[in-house]
Design a protein around this ligand. Structure first.
Ligand SMILES: NC(=O)c1ccc[n+]([C@@H]2O[C@H](COP(=O)([O-])OP(=O)(O)OC[C@H]3O[C@@H](n4cnc5c(N)ncnc54)[C@H](O)[C@@H]3O)[C@@H](O)[C@H]2O)c1
Ligand SMILES: O=C/C=C/C=C(\O)C(=O)O
Length: 478
């Protein structure tokens, strides 16, 4: 798979290039072109021009039809997408087959359906006898595209998370310039092929590859021609982008980091809670922003929960690597820090050896820790690996306080069979998403996003359409 830029309907690979590394064995997969300031500028200019062309004039039905063709195109190249995502990330094949690729196609279908259901999202209000001016008026609201949207995505769910923004942006009639993570350029390049083949007008979808700080990401988010920025990634990167965007007061939608808590009450179905926490802490080797890194367990079931979770963590096999040597080193540095901070390592805590090609890859062991104070860096900072710290609690209020004592607020999970408790506790947790007796169960129409350092705004269903379009009120005096 050769990574290429796609600008104004043309594939090109100008700029210096950098190597793409297979995280499963450390081998070089190919090279990626690094977009220059000129490449980014060309992309923004092409996107701006496309707003004035056929795409700008297209009705909702036409845009929805184009998005369905894109979904069909992803489906038609299903195998290629799976292979590209597996090669870039080292993730288990089944994960790409059941999550990444179907969800990417699903993102385009979901927003095509939403769009077609309510074509122009126009609301009409006539309120007799009410006006701050003179006489009566008819007001109606039209939704206008924002213009050129910059989409910056991370490496952990490359295709899923970029299409989660591309689809609603296109649904609302915007044009986009996408910069995927430098670690995972391949499925974005394939998507450009699909969009090219789907007959979407030139310049509507543009793709530039490259790094973030001081490079393509920064050139794009600081570009005066960009009308909005949708970003998923680390909270610190969000700060840098916001600073850059401030120069042009560019609106942002941010999905950032987390340090997600799970609360296990003594009345929980313990089998389900253990099973759920194995999934929530270790799926994709903990490299999902929604993964649990803090588990609080009511004291009567604490010992049994820890013992069972640790046993399951030790049995895990077939898991994927960290995305890069650098990220592997970061996660291992937290494993060491945890020990220095006084943790008891009840499972994992190091890097595995396999005796095969994987030893050249970037693997770490699924790890369960206990015994740390809440002030420990290991308990406060996002690690983004297959690791959780488990601590006991004695009362419901204490559990809520522990969950909320974090700079982050993305997702949480409550395990209880007490219905009243579930409803009582859920709204008190300061996270954008609260799951009860489940994890990562996603209805694409629901609001998705975080509070505190975990993000700004919500995406999903109508919430995405609200971000990616601008309500304009038209008032006519009668
Ligand atoms: N809240 C969510 O929905 C969500 C989802 C997935 C991942 N994440 C978070 O993403 C992080 C992991 O992903 P990552 O390591 O790729 O994140 P990252 O912030 O390092 O990079 C994300 C993207 O931003 C670009 N970038 C980096 N610096 C930039 C800059 N100064 N200006 C413009 N662009 C820049 C990168 O090139 C990449 O494309 C974790 O913190 C995780 O929690 C959040
Ligand atoms: O990494 C963070 C985001 C995850 C989102 C999903 O898994 C999803 O939207 O299904």
């Amino acid at each position: 798979m050769k990574a290429e830029h796609y600008v104004g309907g043309v594939f090109r690979s100008d700029g210096a290039s950098f190597p793409l590394i297979d995280p499963a064995n450390g081998a070089e997969l190919g090279t990626v072109p690094e977009a220059t300031r000129e490449t980014v500028d060309d992309a923004v200019v092409a996107a701006k021009a496309a707003l004035k062309g056929a795409w700008g004039a297209a009705g909702a039905e036409e845009r929805a039809a184009a998005m369905r063709r894109i979904a069909d195109g992803i489906q038609a190249r299903f195998e290629e997408f799976v292979e590209a995502e597996v090669a870039d990330t080292g993730r288990p094949r089944a994960f790409a087959e059941t999550v990444d690729v179907p969800r990417a196609a699903g993102n385009f279908r979901a927003y095509a359906d939403l769009l077609y259901g309510r074509p122009e999202r126009a609301y009409t209000t006539r309120i007799p006898g009410w006006s701050t001016g003179t006489g009566e008026a008819l007001s109606y609201t039209v939704r206008r595209p924002l213009g050129v949207v910059a989409i910056i995505s991370p490496w952990n769910l490359p295709l899923l998370l970029s299409t989660w923004k591309i689809a609603p942006a296109l649904a609302c009639g915007n044009t986009v310039v996408v910069k995927p993570s430098e670690e995972t350029p391949s499925t974005a390049t394939l998507l450009a092929r699909v969009i090219d083949e789907a007959g979407v007008p030139d310049g509507v979808f543009n793709l530039v590859h490259g790094h973030g700080a001081g490079a393509a990401g920064e050139f794009l988010t600081g570009h005066p021609g960009v009308d909005a920025i949708a970003f998923t990634g680390e909270s610190a990167t969000g700060t840098a982008i916001m600073r850059n965007a401030a120069a042009h007061v560019t609106p942002v939608s941010f999905e950032l980091g987390g340090k997600n808590p799970a609360l296990v009450f003594a009345d929980a179905d313990l089998d389900a809670a253990v099973d759920g926490t194995v999934r929530s802490s270790f799926t994709h080797s903990g490299q999902i922003c929604l993964c649990t890194e803090r588990v609080y367990v009511e004291r009567p079931v604490f010992d049994e929960f820890v013992e069972r979770l640790a046993a399951r963590a030790k049995e895990l096999d077939g898991y994927g690597p960290m995305i890069s040597a650098e990220h592997r080193d970061k996660v291992l540095s937290y494993y060491r820090l945890a020990k220095e901070e006084g943790a008891t390592v009840v499972a994992g805590g190091g890097a595995p050896t396999f005796g095969d090609a994987r030893d050249g890859g970037f693997y770490v062991e699924p790890t369960v820790l206990t015994g740390l104070p809440e002030t420990a860096r290991t308990v406060r900072e996002e690690i983004f690996g297959p690791v959780c710290h488990v601590a006991p609690f004695d009362a419901e209020d204490e559990a809520v306080d522990l969950a909320n004592d974090s700079p982050y607020g993305l997702a949480s999970t409550i395990w209880t069979t007490n219905l009243s408790r579930a409803h009582r506790v859920a709204p008190r947790i300061e996270t954008g998403i609260v799951w009860v007796n489940c994890w990562n169960l996603r209805d694409l129409r629901t609001p998705f996003g975080g509070v505190k350092a975990s993000g700004i705004g919500r995406e999903g269903g109508e919430y995405s359409l609200d971000f990616f379009s601008e309500p304009v009120n038209v008032c006519i005096q009668i």
